[in-house]
Each structure stands twice: as C-alpha cells, then as structure tokens.
Ligand binder design. Structure first.
Ligand code: 13P
Ligand code: SF4
Length: 311
C-alpha cells in the first residue's frame, strides 16, 4: 500500500493536482487527501484551489459542482459509477414540470442534484447552509425544495416556512429513520447523538428534542457540523446517525472518545467505489474527466454562487 500511496503523492506533485475527499470516503482515501470535508467545504475548496487538477474522491454530483465552479480546472472522478440515489430522484424535465405548477416560486435545490437540475434552480444549498439560505428568501415567496424530503421537512420546521417539498430520499439515510433510537439511548445513556438532516428521523428527533432545549444530547448536523461538534464537545461517547465513513475522521480527531454508528449498515456503496488503486489510475491517466456542457454550467453556476455568497 505504501508504494501506491507514494506514487499518488508523486503524481499529485508532478501534475499540480489537489485531492479532495468527502467525509464518507474510505479511511485510506481520507488519509491521503489534501482536504476532507462536507459538500459545502469541498465546493469552497474547489472554488479557491490553485491546482490545475482536482482529483475528486466523492460522488458524481460533487465532481460536477467542482467543474461548474472551476471550469478551467480538470476535475477527475476516479469511478464514473459513483452516483447518488438521492440525486437520481429528480431530473430536469420533472423539475420543469413541477415549476409550471408554481410559476412564481423560488427553487431551492440541495447540492445532491445533477448539473441539469441545478441549471433550473434559483438557489443551491447543502445540509450545512439550507436553513440560512431559506431564511434569506423574502418571507412571502413560495419555495420549492428538492429533492430530499427529510431535509426539506427539517428546514421547514426550523424556519417556520411553508415549503413545497419533493418526495426524494437517500437510500442510506432513509433507512436510519426505521431504527429504534430508544434502544440506542438505553445502551449509550451518556452519549451525544449526532444526526444528519437527511435521516428519515431527523424531524421527529428535532421535535422530540424540542429544538434542542430539552434534550441536550440530540443534535442535527451536516457531516462537517458533526466534526465541529466532536472537536468542541467534552463527551466521551457519541452515537453517529449518518454514513459510517465519517467515524474514521472522528476517531482521528478525538482518539480518547468512543464512536458508535447508529447502524453499521449505513454504508453508501457509491462513496465506497473510490479506492486507492482507482485514485492512482485516475491521476496517472487523467480519468475520468467530468465536464458539464457550457450552457448548462453557465446556468447552474448562478445558484451555486448564490449559495457560496450566503455562507
Ligand atoms: P454533507 O453535505 O453533510 O457532507 O452530506 C452530503 C451527503 O451526500 C449526505 O449523504
Ligand atoms: Fe447520495 Fe446518500 Fe450516498 Fe450521500 S449517502 S452520496 S445522499 S446516496
């Protein structure tokens, strides 16, 4: 393994590349990356990097977003099959049809969408800034939120806004909603519970915790929000309700604490398609370059830039 890692580091230097990795990537990829973060952090890094090549260790929509923000950079995704079940729940035709029913509405799209869907949107959001972006939209405006119904319900509950929500969900996080948290609370009675807003249970957990005041140990965060919380918290035990890859980074940040996934079956097979070998071949052969057609990229850039300017 060391040989291939050394080769990756050599290629990275020779080709002036940067390696960006999402918090759900396998540990070896996280360890080799220049930056590990959530969707928002990765977009921000893609926007400001001076590197000529971005090797994107994440899923397709993330690499597309990087390519839209940095059209002059070569964005590589080591495996083209690394998709996203949530992004696949809506396409541009479906969104156009939905918009026709609400012609005056503002369209807020989660970053987990294709470039074509972003091109039909007014604002992009990630799980860490969705509330902030929705709060920035004038109160009287109708909002169409897509594609994640759980994030949409969560944003609606926090902001008090009535929102039309697309009926999409991520197959990994939706299943977390079926888990009996009561059992986990009994086993880990001293633990802090960190829950991603894409989870099928995030809204009920939030209501249960009465907007955080009553039940101090339940917190809803994006993946990077969870990392920030772990860094600051004095807790010795955490139960994590999101994709299991994030535990690698948490254990590195706080080796003195114990981390338990709410389910060890919460694995995103798309995120796990990126391996060290594929990253090496990606840098060696410049593959697979993610390019968004100019016209789509031009229209998709605006909602992404609006999002980046609000946070
Ligand atoms: P974050 O933006 O919180 O990293 O989430 C991305 C994602 O795909 C969650 O499943
Ligand atoms: Fe998409 Fe779900 Fe995987 Fe995130 S965890 S990339 S939302 S399929």
């Amino acid at each position: 393994m060391n040989d291939i890692i050394n080769e990756i580091l050599k290629l990275k230097k020779e080709k002036n590349a940067v390696i960006l990795a999402h918090n759900y990537q396998i540990g070896e990829i996280q360890d080799i990356a220049d930056f590990v973060g959530d969707s928002l952090g990765l977009s921000q890094q893609a926007a400001k990097t001076g590197a000529e090549i971005i090797a994107f260790c994440g899923v397709h929509f993330m690499a597309e977003t990087a390519s839209i923000i940095s059209p002059n950079k070569k964005v590589l995704l080591p495996d083209l099959e690394a998709g996203c079940s949530l992004a696949a729940t809506i396409n541009a035709d479906q969104l156009r049809e939905w918009k026709q029913k609400f012609p005056d509405a503002v369209v807020v799209s989660y970053v987990n969408t294709t470039a074509e869907v972003k091109a039909e949107s007014d604002y992009c959001v990630t799980s860490s800034n969705a509330v902030k972006v929705v709060e920035a939209i004038p109160p009287g405006k109708k909002i169409l939120f897509l594609p994640d119904k759980f994030l949409g319900q969560y944003v609606s509950a926090i902001t008090g806004r009535e929102i039309e929500i697309w009926n999409g969900a991520c197959h990994v996080h939706e299943k977390i909603g079926d888990i009996d948290f009561g059992e986990a609370e009994k086993v880990h009675s001293q633990a802090e519970f960190l829950i991603h807003p894409e989870c099928g249970c995030s809204t009920s957990c939030m209501l249960k915790s009465q907007m955080y005041h009553d039940c101090r140990n339940v917190h809803i965060y994006s993946t990077e929000g969870m990392i920030g919380y772990v860094e600051k918290s004095d807790a010795k035990e955490f139960v994590i309700a999101t994709e299991v890859g994030i535990l690698h980074r948490m254990k590195k940040i706080k080796p003195s604490a114990e981390f338990f996934p709410i389910s060890d079956k919460s694995v995103c097979e798309y995120m796990k398609m990126i391996t060290v070998e594929k990253l090496y071949e990606s840098l060696l052969y410049d593959r697979y370059e993610i390019k968004v057609p100019d016209e789509v990229a031009r229209r998709a850039r605006l909602p992404i830039e609006r999002m980046l300017s609000i946070v």
